[in-house]
Design a protein around this ligand. Structure first.
Ligand SMILES: C[S@@+](CC[C@H](N)C(=O)[O-])C[C@H]1O[C@@H](n2cnc3c(N)ncnc32)[C@H](O)[C@@H]1O
Length: 372
C-alpha cells in the first residue's frame, strides 16, 4: 500500500483521520512531538519501512506540493473547515497548551492575521491538489467526513462502528473553562447528537431525562447545546455507586456548577429501575439512556421509558453495538432488539448504529387484541 498523507493541517480533523486508520487496522504516524521527523521522513526517506498507511499532522505550513512531487505514488486526504472556526480552534488549542503546560501537543502561537495568511496559503494548495491530482486526493469538508468516502478512497470495507470524530479542541476548551472530567465518552458523539437532538435546541420548556450522568460530561453538553431555553430542565438519574471514577458524583456536582446551569438540573440519585417509577407518564421530550449496560437493565429502562417519553419524543440509547462480540447478558444490543420486536407498534427507528434512536409514535398503531 502506498502512503496516505493527511494534508489538511492541524485542527482540521487530523486526530479523526489517525483514529480512523487505527480503527481500520492500518498503521498511522500521528504525533506533534515528532512533527519534524515526520516531515523529514516524508520528504527524504522514500524507503522508510513505515511508508505504508496514514501520516497525519505536519504542523504548518503543510508541504503539499513537495509531497506530491516526492511521492508520485502517494494519496492525499484533507478535511476542510471555515477559516473562522479553524482560527478559533487553533487559538483554543494554543491557549490550552499554554494553560496546561503541555508542550508535546503545542502549536506555535500565531496572530489571527498570520493564521489567516497560512489558512489561505494551504487552501490554495488544496485547490491546486484537487484540480491537478483529483484521482489522488480526497478533500472533504469537515461536516461530510464519514467512513463511506474515506473507505471508498482507500479501497477498504466500511466498518460497522461509528466514525471516530475526535474533536480534541472541544475537550481541552472544557478543561480551560474549569470543568473536570476523568473520562471522555462524549466528544466523538456530539456530531451525532446534533443530528438527533438539534431540532429540540431552544425549545421552550424542554424536558429531558438522562439515565447515567456519571461526571456530567454528557449532561453539560446537553445543557450547553440543547437545553438552551430558560425554562428547559434536565433530570439526571444516576446511582453514583460503582464506576470507573470513585469521585464521579463530586465531579458531577462540580461540573454542573461550573456550567452555570445548576437551576436547570434536577439530580436524582437512585437506581433507574426505582427512579423511573416516580415520574408521571409522558413527562419528557427526550430521554438519553446511558446507565447500566447489562441487557436486563437496558430492557427494563427501555420499557419504563416508553411510558415516560411524550408521543413524538425521542429515546436515545448509547452503546447499542457495544461491545461487538460478547455475551448477550452484558450488552445492550440484544435487549434492544427484543424491545424493538415487542414495541415497534409504539416506536419508529430513526437511527441504528452505535447509538439507537427511537421516536415514540404520535399514536400507537393499534395492536392486535390478544387478551382472552
Ligand atoms: C457510562 S457512564 C455515563 C456516562 C455519561 N452519560 C457521559 O457520557 O459522560 C454510566 C453511568 O451509569 C450509572 N449507572 C449504572 N447503573 C445504573 C442504574 N441501574 N441506575 C442508575 N444509574 C446507573 C453509573 O453510576 C455511571 O455513572
Amino acid at each position: 500500500m502506498q502512503p496516505i498523507f493527511y494534508v489538511g493541517g492541524p485542527k482540521t480533523g487530523s486526530c479523526s483521520f489517525a483514529e480512523a486508520f487505527r480503527k481500520l487496522g492500518l498503521p498511522v504516524i500521528k504525533d506533534y512531538s515528532v512533527a519534524d521527523e515526520i516531515r523529514k521522513f516524508a520528504l527524504d526517506s522514500r524507503q522508510h519501512p513505515q511508508a505504508v498507511g496514514g501520516i497525519a499532522d505536519f504542523g504548518l505550513p503543510v508541504p503539499v506540493r513537495q509531497l506530491v512531487e516526492v511521492y508520485p505514488e502517494a494519496k492525499f486526504v484533507a478535511f476542510r473547515r471555515s477559516m473562522d472556526s479553524w482560527i478559533e480552534s487553533y487559538q483554543t488549542h494554543v491557549l490550552w497548551a499554554r494553560k496546561t503546560g503541555d508542550s508535546t501537543n503545542a502549536l506555535p502561537g500565531l496572530s489571527d492575521s498570520e493564521l489567516e495568511r497560512r489558512y489561505q496559503e494551504l487552501s490554495a494548495d488544496l485547490d491546486w491538489l484537487q484540480q491537478n491530482h483529483q484521482e489522488r486526493a480526497l478533500i472533504l469538508s469537515l461536516e461530510d467526513v464519514a467512513w463511506e468516502p474515506l473507505c471508498e478512497f482507500l479501497g477498504v470495507e466500511v466498518p460497522e462502528s461509528e466514525f471516530p470524530h475526535s474533536h480534541r479542541s472541544d475537550s481541552k476548551l472544557w478543561q480551560c473553562l474549569g470543568y473536570e472530567f476523568t473520562t471522555d465518552w462524549v466528544s466523538w458523539k456530539t456530531n451525532s447528537w446534533r443530528k438527533f437532538f438539534g431540532h429540540l435546541a431552544g425549545k421552550p420548556g424542554l424536558q429531558m431525562l438522562e439515565i447515567g450522568s456519571y461526571e456530567g460530561r454528557s449532561a453539560v453538553w446537553f445543557l450547553e447545546n440543547i437545553l438552551t431555553d430558560e425554562g428547559a430542565k434536565l433530570t439526571c438519574v444516576d446511582q453514583w455507586k460503582f464506576g470507573v471514577c470513585r469521585d464521579a458524583e463530586i465531579l458531577f456536582d462540580k461540573n454542573v456548577a461550573v456550567s452555570g446551569f445548576s437551576t436547570k438540573v434536577r439530580k436524582v440519585k437512585s437506581n433507574s429501575r426505582r427512579a423511573l417509577g416516580w415520574f408521571p407518564d409522558n413527562s419528557f421530550d427526550a430521554i438519553y439512556i446511558d446507565g447500566n449496560h447489562s441487557g436486563y437493565a437496558v430492557l427494563t429502562d427501555a420499557l419504563l421509558c416508553m411510558h415516560l417519553v411524550k408521543p413524538g419524543g425521542l429515546l436515545v440509547f448509547d452503546d447499542y453495538r457495544w461491545p461487538e462480540q460478547s455475551y448477550a447478558y452484558y450488552t445492550p444490543g440484544p435487549a434492544l432488539d427484543a424491545f424493538l420486536s415487542l414495541c415497534d407498534w409504539r416506536v419508529e427507528v430513526i437511527h441504528k448504529d452505535y447509538q439507537l434512536v427511537l421516536r415514540r409514535r404520535d399514536q400507537d398503531i393499534p395492536a392486535r387484541d390478544v387478551s382472552y
